[in-house]
Ligand binder design. Structure first.
Ligand code: PGA
Length: 246
């Protein structure tokens, strides 16, 4: 059995509503109970529902909460934005940063780095997303793309953040890289950031493939979008994570 917990991070993106957030948080936390020594689940609903998730959890809940973004500044004139300390106040311990859907909307490596520093200073653990496009994958440029995305992150305190390797072409597509490709990309990330870096895989993880993906030696967990929305498939992935046996 694994000594470090397997991470399962549920990224709801812009989906759900308050009743679904509450029932999911309550049910998944209950299902996590027996597995919580081996599996760490982080629920990242839309930020407006973080307090709903928090309110649905019993005291000493094992389910952790995260946000999907934060601002790089600690406060100020940034209409519509949320600071890391506000997310901490609402009950978050984690924040996803640099998701490809945000990078596609203009977020840069510099901004991701600045947000990571602010988040860590506030006491949040960033989950920093990296990964190549389909064209870059087909041109076999994955490592070069990763190098560019990772270079600024080398000065972050080791162990204070998680990396999610998410090939953009695998997100929401039903396609995944081969297990050899996943292990190779994860090894490459560790060769840049340090072997102790926890690297999660994301992109079309679901209840059917989670067991195989989580069994890979370089994979510390999964960042899950669409398949995390339903309680049943989330619970199935918790079972896979708890039995990955390494
Ligand atoms: P997906 O999304 O699981 O729906 O492919 C993953 C992600 O974007 O984090």
């Amino acid at each position: 059995m694994t000594q470090t917990p397997t991470w399962l991070i549920a990224n709801w993106k812009m989906n759900g509503d308050a009743p679904r957030v509450r029932s999911w948080a309550f049910a998944v936390n209950a299902a996590l109970g027996a597995h919580s020594a081996h599996v760490k689940v982080v629920f990242c609903p839309p930020a407006v529902y973080i307090t709903d998730a928090m309110a649905a959890l019993p005291p000493n809940a094992q389910l952790a909460l995260g946000a999907q973004n934060c601002h790089a500044a600690s406060k100020g004139a940034h209409t519509g934005e949320l600071s890391a300390s506000m997310l901490l106040d609402a009950g978050c311990d984690y924040v996803i940063l640099g998701h490809s859907e945000r990078r596609a909307a203009g977020e840069t490596d510099d901004q991701v780095h600045a947000k990571a520093l602010t988040a860590m200073a506030a006491g949040l653990m960033p989950v920093i997303c990296v990964g190549e496009s389909l064209a870059e994958y087909e041109q076999k440029r994955t490592n070069a793309v990763l190098n560019a995305q990772l270079s600024l992150l080398e000065d972050l305190p080791r162990g204070g953040y998680l990396i999610a390797y998410e090939p953009i072409w695998a997100i929401g597509s039903g396609r995944t890289p081969s297990m050899t490709e996943i292990n190779a990309a994860h090894s490459h990330i560790k060769s840049v950031l340090g072997s102790e870096t926890a690297v999660l895989y994301g992109g079309s993880v679901n209840a059917a493939n989670a067991g195989e993906i989580l069994a890979q030696s370089q994979v510390a967990g999964a960042l899950i979008g669409g398949a995390s929305l339903e309680i049943e498939s989330m619970c199935a992935m918790i079972t896979s994570a708890s039995t990955r046996g390494k």
